[in-house]
Design a protein. Sequence first.
Length: 587
Amino acid sequence: MNAPTRRRKLSRTQKVWLSGVLSVVGTVALTGVAIWVAAARDTDLADPTAGLTHAFRGDDIKTPTLRFQDVAEELGIRARHDSGPRLRHLPQDTGSGLAWSDVDGDGDFDLYIVNYARNSLYRNDGTRFVDITDASGTADAEGYGMGATFADYDGDGDEDLYVTNRGPNRLFRNRGDGTFEEVAAAAGVADPLWSTGATWGDYDRDGHLDLYVGNYIAYEAEHVEEDAGAVQVGTAGGAYSVPYTLNPNAFDAQPNRLYRNKGDGTFEDVAAAAGVQDVEGRSFAAAFCDLDGDGWLDLYVNNDVSANRLYRNRGTQASPTAFEDIGPTTGTSDARGSMGLSIGELGAMGSMADELPDMFISHWVAQENALYLSMRGRSGRLEYRDRTRRLRLGEVSLDTVGWGSALVDLDRDGRMDLVVANGSTLEAKGDTSRLIAEPIFLFWNAGTRFADAAPGAGPTLTKHHGARGLAAADFDGDGDVDLAVAINRGTPLLLRNDTETLNRSVGVRLAGPAALIHGARIEAVVGETRQLVWFGADVSFCSRHAPERIFGLGTAPKLDRLRVTWLDGTTTTLENVPPGKVTVRHP
């Protein structure tokens, strides 16, 4: 070994040890508490609501009987995530996600599943899913997959696919004939860092769809012994060794990318100039959404063990610095372990309806999830209030690690419910080859608070899973919301919604330039009930919901009004929309 090589190796080793020792001090206490709780409650077997007070459990709320059945194997989905041995490295425990899109334009939604070695694309043939990965050219067999998202970045009328990796990302351009061409390097978006969540939006309103990519950490531990820098934590179940290879604080954060679409099939990274690199953030999710209602897309970034960012768009195409971080002044500069992100209007539940987006964020164990309701301060500035516990979403999540999420109407009653995919990053007691499995939450919206309806929703929902990504779609076209859930080191769940109800719904799709669709505000009104969502803002974790929104009607015969406000400020309004499917076109 030559001298420069020895010096690099020594420097890397010293850095690992120093950062491991210093950063573990900041997280080991919380980890110890989490492990102690897990051991004391036998978390891999127990009900996470055990021990909560009557009020926080929500036992006084009678939930409807939601029913979901896992039909993945029955319908032909057999992809398995990371079948090799667990090596106690953070990248292996983190992923992955999945994404819905109508890739072949036949009207139903196809499913892309991300893996660490070979991704899978399943075409929906109406009654079965058919693996078309090889024929489509989307396997990315050399990638270490984290997440995926679809969008028509080149404006040719079909949706393209962006895949985030630990390593070079991929951009698969849809040829329109069922095949894709990988063009990331040529397009300038083959980021070589550890990328996670990605979001699309025309932030500068130039008519071209831009791309923001969140990056996580500079992980450099594959060739270091697993017990190097390990910390022994005393728990109720005995001593527990936490290697630094599982601690994100032991590694430097990586800068994010804002790829501005140049309109010629290529992008340029303008994150530094726009003020959104977030060099200190370990990013997991990001969403473009007009959070303050001024017509320009703002940007919210979820970070793990580092402060979240709310970047307000200054609203000018001429400014080289397009964004300013207003997280600290809005109350959203959260430094917990933030993973999943969902955005929609829930203010009516907390008597704070203001027609502005609210935000749900899933967190690590012992940190509680968060629900931020937006409001205007006395000066007119945007602010948020944490209403997590008041709406019964806080204490119930203390024992779980939340990942993917979705704000969707599960029973078509006209109110947005909440789904959260959980899966611990703590190891099972006495068996470091597996992580603790946890339940999936189905939070039913009772009008003024939520109650978990998962325990009565069928055998799959009573079991525990190592869930990560979650994506919603009405894949069978029957008018209700179904769910796909990625399972770390397992086969995905395809949860078909079999809930029996007389409630009806309207499924809404948007047609027009992608730059005007992403971030569009969709308002559905039935009587006194108003539902508000923003297209593409409910980003989940490393996943993408289907580009269709299901609006519940309850027992009403029709949707009184459906209004879409496109990103260019124009509106399209439909009156008296009957149950079924409708496509709203840009004028």
